[in-house]
Ligand binder design. Structure first.
Ligand code: GLY
Length: 373
């Protein structure tokens, strides 16, 4: 039990998507308000809470207590990325149907990105679409995967290749739940927080440089950082819900990062945020090499990531990575390749990222050569 008995006033961020608009409610103890908020949104709805064994051990009782008074079913799945599979999707869909979750009822995804993506996708397809609520329990999920409506499972061919756009009706980001996260996992989520500053908000990045210790310690700085991140993502998603333009900015660091994650077998050797931290450091170094920004500004971006304890160099991937040919193959398999041209998110400065669709593979190869020595 980590949430305090009484919560403070939450910060509410609106995701403005017309009839698909929803609130992100951010604050300590907010999970306890889940039942009251659902009762307002969907009075009388039956609730299915979907979680994994690790998260359930910490937070399922609190979530159930928060919705006491409603009819509640629970589905607890195995933890880990392998749960984003056809097998677990089928099991979850069947469980929701067996629990008689109908249109008008609600699925609550209580967990990190895996549970949010899987439960959101199941909600998108069971009975041709159920509403769902995201109750993210990791920093990464609170600032990234719970917001935006992209839901998916993995295919043997790659991550997130089978899915749907399906927006939640509510996101409850209880920041007290992060108190139980291992430090490494919190730091990994912080890479996505820093990303919002690096891609579009230089003032936020400067604030993070000055206040990151407080964000890690908890309290109002953490809430401010999460709310600012969610506002940034909400604004981008509102401009480009289906990722045909601006939303690609959210992929800053992801082209290099996904290749490194794949090289590490999508395992605990390299967490997603760690891969993205290295990817962002490489994206800034690559941008500086192309003369887009001064080297000193790229160094400043990289220095902050390193200062919080995130890896910033390929050599920091435990167990090593393939040679340049191998990495280029992995980059080529990433979904951000269109008709032979590499799409990269590059930067003209801190807070000034842009989508570059015409990056030559030879330039990337030459750059990686300098990094692999
Ligand atoms: N669910 C994550 C996103 O839409 O970006």
């Amino acid at each position: 039990m980590t949430a305090p008995l009484r919560g403070s006033e939450p910060i509410v961020v609106d995701v403005a998507l017309g009839e698909r608009s929803y609130d992100i409610v951010i604050g300590r103890g907010q999970l306890a308000t889940l039942g009251a908020r659902i009762a307002k949104l969907r009075p009388g709805a039956k609730i299915a809470i979907v979680s994994d064994r690790n998260v359930a051990a910490y937070h399922l009782d609190a979530a159930k207590a928060a919705v006491a008074g409603s009819a509640v079913a629970t589905v607890v799945l195995p933890p880990g990325e392998t749960t984003k599979s056809f097998t677990q999707l089928a099991a979850l869909c069947d469980a929701l149907i067996a629990h008689r979750i109908e249109r008008g009822d609600l699925v609550v995804a209580l967990g990190g990105g895996v549970i949010g993506d899987l439960a959101g996708f199941a909600a998108a397809i069971v009975r041709r679409g159920l509403d769902y609520v995201q109750a993210p329990t990791s920093l990464l999920a609170q600032v990234d995967s719970s917001v935006g409506g992209k839901t998916a499972i993995d295919s043997p061919h790659g991550k997130n290749l089978v899915g749907a756009f399906h927006q939640p009706v509510l996101v409850i980001a209880d920041t007290a739940l992060l108190d139980t996260l291992p430090a490494r996992e919190f730091r990994s989520g912080y890479a996505e927080v820093a990303k919002y500053g690096l891609l579009g908000d230089a003032a936020f990045f400067a604030w993070l440089e000055a206040n990151w210790q407080d964000v890690f310690a908890g309290g109002s700085a953490r809430e401010h950082a999460i709310a600012t991140s969610c506002r940034a993502k909400a604004a981008i998603v509102a401009r480009d819900e289906r990722e045909t333009g601006d939303r690609m900015l959210l992929n800053l660091g992801h082209t290099f990062g996904h290749a490194l994650e794949a090289a590490a077998g999508f395992s605990d050797r390299l967490l997603h945020g760690e891969a993205i931290a290295i990817g962002m450091a490489l994206a800034f170094a690559f941008s500086a090499r192309r003369g887009l920004l001064p080297q000193a500004e790229a160094d400043r971006a990289i220095h902050h990531l390193a200062a919080v304890g995130l890896p910033t160099q390929i050599s920091q991937v435990p167990g090593g990575v393939p040679d340049v040919d191998g990495l280029m193959t992995l980059i080529g398999q990433d979904k951000k390749v269109a008709r032979g041209q590499l799409t990269f998110i590059l930067a003209r400065g801190i807070g000034a990222a842009y989508v570059a669709r015409d990056v030559e593979a030879a330039d990337v190869r030459a750059f990686l050569d300098t990094k692999l020595g």
